[in-house]
Design a protein around this ligand. Structure first.
Ligand code: APR
Ligand code: PHB
Length: 391
C-alpha cells in the first residue's frame, strides 16, 4: 500500500489527524493494534477547551458534541469544607464543554467509516522504518500475513506505550518525567451529578473530583495510594470515602449507585523532545503525558494534531514546509505551559505523603491567596479554559 501519511494509533489523536487530512484530500491509513470495540471501551476524561471544539468543528465532527455536550462557565474548588467558584466565563470570557473522550473517539470513527478511508485494526507488530531516510515505511502483520505501507510521512499517534517514540534512536530524544506518589481511583455511575459544575476538593484524606458525562451519568475520582487495587474498593467503600471528603452540602446531596466502570490511574508528567525525527512526527500521548488534574490530556493531543495537519496541508498544497519545520517547537511551547498548569493544579489540590507541616501550610496559603485574589483566579481561569492556539 502507498499513502501520503501513515498514522500509527487510532486514539483521538490518530483519528482526528486522519479526518483533518482526509478533508484536505490527503491519503492516509490508520494502523491500530487493538479492535475498534477495545479502543471505544477505554474510559478517559471529558473536558474540552474551546480550541478543541473549534478543531473538531473544522474536522466536521462536532454535531453530536453540540447537541449532547454540557457547556460550563465555571468550576468550584473546595478546601477546608468550603467551596469557592472560579467564574472563568466572567474572568476570561471563555467556557469549556463537558463531552466524554469516548464520544469524541466514537464520532471520529464514524466519520472515517463514512468517508471510507482505510483503517487496519488489530494490526500486530507494527514497526516504523527509514523515517530519517528518504522512503519511510510502516510494516505490520495481520492474519493475512506481513504487510508494508510506503509513505511520505509517519504520524506517531500511538500513545505513551506505543512503538513510534521507542523507535527513535536514544541519542536523538530527550525525556523529562515526574511520577506522583498516588493515583486516581475513578468510578462511572448512572446517577445524577452532585453539582452542575465540577468540584475539585483538597481534603486532609486526599483529593476528590466530582465531574460528569451528562446530567444522568456521573464520574467521580478520589486520590488513592498507588499500592491500592480496584478489588480493595467495593462500591460502598468508594461512596463512603468520597462523601467523607466533600463539603457538607455535596456530601448530603451526593446520590450513589452501582459503578459501571471503576479503575485506578497513576499520575505522571512526561515530555519527550523533540516531536519530529525526519519524516516521523509524534503527537498526543506518544510525546507527552499530563496528570489529569488540569484536564489537558485530550486538549493537548488535539492541538498537536491541529498544528501537524495544518503543516501537512500547507506542504501538500504549496510545497511550503515551514509549518512542518516549526511543528516541534510550536507544540513544545504549548506542552510545557500545560505541563506547568497540570503540575501546579496537582500540587495545589492533592495531599503528598511526604509533605511536612510547613509544606501543608504553604499549600493552604496558596489556596487562601487564590480564593482572595482575582488576579490569581484569572490566571487559573485562562489556563483551565485553554491558552490561545497559535495559528
Ligand atoms: N501499534 C499500533 N497501535 C498502537 C500501538 C502499536 N504498537 N501502541 C499503541 N497503539 C494504539 C493504542 O491501542 C491506542 O488506541 O495507539 C492508540 C493511542 O491512543 P491514546 O492512548 O488514546 O493516545 P492519543 O490518541 O494521543 O490520545 C491522548 O488519551 O490518554 C488520553 O489523556 C490522554 O486524553 C489524552 C488522549
Ligand atoms: C473527567 O470528566 O473525567 C475529568 C474532568 C476534569 C479533570 C479530569 C477528569 O481535570
Amino acid at each position: 500500500m502507498r499513502v501520503q501519511v501513515a498514522i500509527v494509533g487510532a486514539g483521538p489523536a490518530g483519528l482526528l489527524l486522519g479526518q483533518l487530512l482526509a478533508r484536505a484530500g490527503i491519503e492516509t491509513v490508520i494502523l491500530e493494534q487493538r479492535s475498534p470495540e477495545y479502543v471505544l471501551s477505554r474510559i478517559r476524561a471529558g473536558l474540552l477547551e474551546q480550541g478543541t471544539v473549534d478543531t473538531l468543528e473544522e474536522a466536521g465532527v462536532a454535531q453530536r458534541l453540540h447537541k449532547e455536550g454540557l457547556v460550563h462557565h465555571g468550576v468550584e474548588l473546595c478546601f477546608a469544607g468550603e467551596r469557592h467558584r472560579i467564574d472563568y466565563q466572567g474572568l476570561v470570557g471563555k467556557s469549556v464543554t463537558i463531552y466524554g473522550q469516548t464520544e469524541v473517539t466514537h464520532d471520529l470513527m464514524d466519520a472515517r467509516k463514512a468517508i471510507g478511508a482505510p483503517s487496519v485494526y488489530e494490526a500486530e507488530s507494527v514497526s516504523v522504518h527509514d523515517f530519517d531516510g528518504n522512503s519511510p515505511r510502516v510494516r505490520y502483520r495481520t492474519d493475512g500475513g506481513a504487510h508494508e505501507v510506503t509513505c511520505d510521512f509517519i504520524a506517531g499517534c500511538d500513545g505513551f506505550h506505543g512503538v513510534t517514540r521507542q523507535s527513535v534512536p536514544a541519542g536523538a530524544l530527550k525525556t523529562y518525567e515526574r511520577v506522583y506518589p498516588f493515583g486516581w481511583l475513578g468510578v462511572l455511575s448512572d446517577t445524577p451529578p452532585v453539582s452542575e459544575e465540577l468540584i475539585y476538593t483538597n481534603h486532609e484524606r486526599g483529593f476528590a473530583l466530582c465531574t460528569m458525562r451528562s446530567m444522568t451519568r456521573s464520574r467521580y475520582y478520589v486520590q488513592c495510594p498507588l499500592t491500592e487495587k480496584v478489588e480493595d474498593w467495593p462500591d460502598e467503600r468508594f461512596w463512603d470515602e468520597l462523601r467523607s471528603r466533600l463539603d457538607a452540602k455535596a456530601s448530603a446531596e451526593l446520590i450513589s449507585g452501582p459503578s459501571i466502570e471503576k479503575s485506578i490511574a497513576p499520575l505522571r508528567s512526561f515530555v519527550a523532545e523533540p516531536l519530529r525525527f525526519g519524516h516521523l512526527f509524534l503527537a498526543g500521548d506518544a510525546a507527552h503525558i499530563v496528570p489529569p488534574t488540569g484536564a489537558k490530556g485530550l486538549n493537548l493531543a488535539v492541538s498537536d494534531v491541529r498544528y501537524l495537519a495544518h503543516g501537512l496541508i500547507a506542504y501538500y498544497r504549496s510545497g511550503d514546509s515551514s509549518r512542518l519545520d516549526r511543528y516541534s517547537e510550536r507544540c513544545l511551547r504549548r506542552i510545557w505551559l500545560a505541563e506547568r498548569f497540570s503540575w501546579w493544579m496537582t500540587s495545589l489540590m492533592h495531599r503528598f505523603p511526604d509533605t511536612d507541616a510547613f509544606g501543608r501550610r504553604m499549600q493552604a496559603a496558596e489556596l487562601t491567596y487564590l480564593f482572595r485574589s482575582p488576579t490569581a483566579q484569572k490566571s487559573l481561569a485562562e489556563n483551565y479554559v485553554g491558552l490561545p492556539l497559535e495559528d
